[in-house]
Design a protein around this ligand. Structure first.
Ligand SMILES: Cc1ncc(COP(=O)(O)O)c(C=O)c1O
Length: 368
């Protein structure tokens, strides 16, 4: 098997750096260097200014791993390995899965969460959500985990914004425990729940839980390329480290130093992102109320993105026309292999209203 193209990343590669307004971004507004360094203590600033560009420790800087571990009950710094977020998914899948294994994965979803398993030679079964005017919902009662090697989940969910209740999440963890399967949990958007009401990370909730997270989405630091895997299982961590020796070996030194500064102000940065989303949400709701003839709302329960239903034709054609003619980028559901009826909207950017106004103008002129 060879890896199929990553449809979402190819779509972004085509349009992300064009002079278009982005209305589909999943990361929150990025910080500037002065904003981030402005949070540093005098000591951290001095270390940053005298940093040497040598290799770094393969599992990650000890101080950074310690700061990350503090976010997880029952996890110590030795149970954290740093990696680029997307790399963390790759390493975990490689370390855990073998040809012939079966995984169950939330779908639609971020492609690497199931595609690497396909390439390894696994069978992939989908855990599909129900769509309703109240939002998208993954029902734990739909899960069948007998003989399954790993359940792969992502909450807050990309692209639907679905988020289980605490009781549902406990049910998911219990089902994984009863079947004995691994629970690979992509928690990239953790920290972006309304009222900071986050679920317990999988690595804390379950002995075979694996939490994958990073600074791209909830901290406004996508360009740092900073993430990690946390897990209780030392054998798994050793296998992940072995694979990392064949990918990046170790993190970039500036990334580590800046990540340490960011983690020390973690709650402040997550709150900043939540505030941006909370400011944009009423603007989006008003927009939806004005356009019920073409859009059916599917509110996000958590996170910076939502996945509304478009009622005026197929979204692949529409999104391509919109970006080419209207200069606004949305993400069609085709890139999630999820039909032609939805698109992804991002709520985490400061120019959200400007992008939405341009989108509205395009709809008024081109969609009856
Ligand atoms: C669910 C999910 N996991 C992982 C990633 C990868 O993060 P990064 O692009 O920072 O490597 C993304 C990025 O969009 C994502 O949406």
């Amino acid at each position: 098997m060879t890896l199929r193209p990553f449809l979402l990343e190819r779509f972004f590669a085509q349009y992300e750096f064009q002079p278009t307004l982005h209305l589909a971004s999943s990361d929150c507004e990025a910080l500037t260097m002065p904003e981030l360094l402005g949070l540093a203590s005098a000591e951290d600033l001095a270390v940053w200014n005298s940093m040497k560009f040598g290799y770094t420790e393969t599992a990650g800087h000890p101080e950074l791993r310690q700061l990350i571990a503090e976010g997880y009950e029952g996890i110590n710094s030795a149970q954290v390995i740093t990696a680029v977020p997307e790399e963390a998914i790759y390493l975990t899948m490689r370390a855990l899965l073998k040809p012939g294994d079966t995984i169950v994965s939330t779908a639609p979803g971020y492609q690497s969460l199931y595609e690497i398993a396909v390439e390894i030679g696994c069978e992939v079964q989908k855990w599909l959500p129900q769509e309703s005017p109240e939002g998208w919902h993954f029902n734990p009662s739909d899960l069948k985990l007998d003989g399954v090697k790993a359940l792969v989940v992502n909450f807050p969910h990309n692209p639907t914004g679905a988020q289980p209740t605490e009781a549902e999440w406990a049910q998911v963890c219990d089902l994984a425990r009863q079947s004995g399967c691994w629970l690979i949990s992509d928690e990239m958007y953790r920290g972006l729940e309304p009222d900071a009401n986050a679920l317990k990370p999988a690595a804390s909730a379950y002995a075979k839980g694996v939490s994958i997270a990073g600074l791209s989405k909830a901290y406004g630091l996508a360009g740092l390329r900073s993430g990690w895997v946390a897990a209780q299982d030392n054998e798994l961590l050793a296998a992940i480290q072995s694979y990392k020796d064949y990918t990046t070996i170790c993190a970039s030194a500036p990334t580590e130093r800046l990540s340490i500064i960011a983690m020390k102000s973690g709650e402040l940065l997550r709150k900043r992102c939540r505030n941006i989303i909370a400011t944009n949400l009423p603007v989006w709701d008003d927009f939806l109320a004005r356009h019920t003839h073409v859009l059916s709302a599917r509110p996000a329960k958590a996170g910076p993105i939502c996945f509304p239903r478009w009622l005026a034709g197929d979204t692949s054609t529409f999104c391509e026309r919109l970006v080419d003619e209207g200069g606004v980028m949305l993400l069609p559901s085709k890139v999630y292999e999820a039909g032609e009826d939805h698109f992804r909207v991002g709520l985490g950017r400061l120019n959200f209203t400007e992008a939405l106004n341009r989108f509205e103008k395009y709809i008024r002129m081109n969609v009856s």
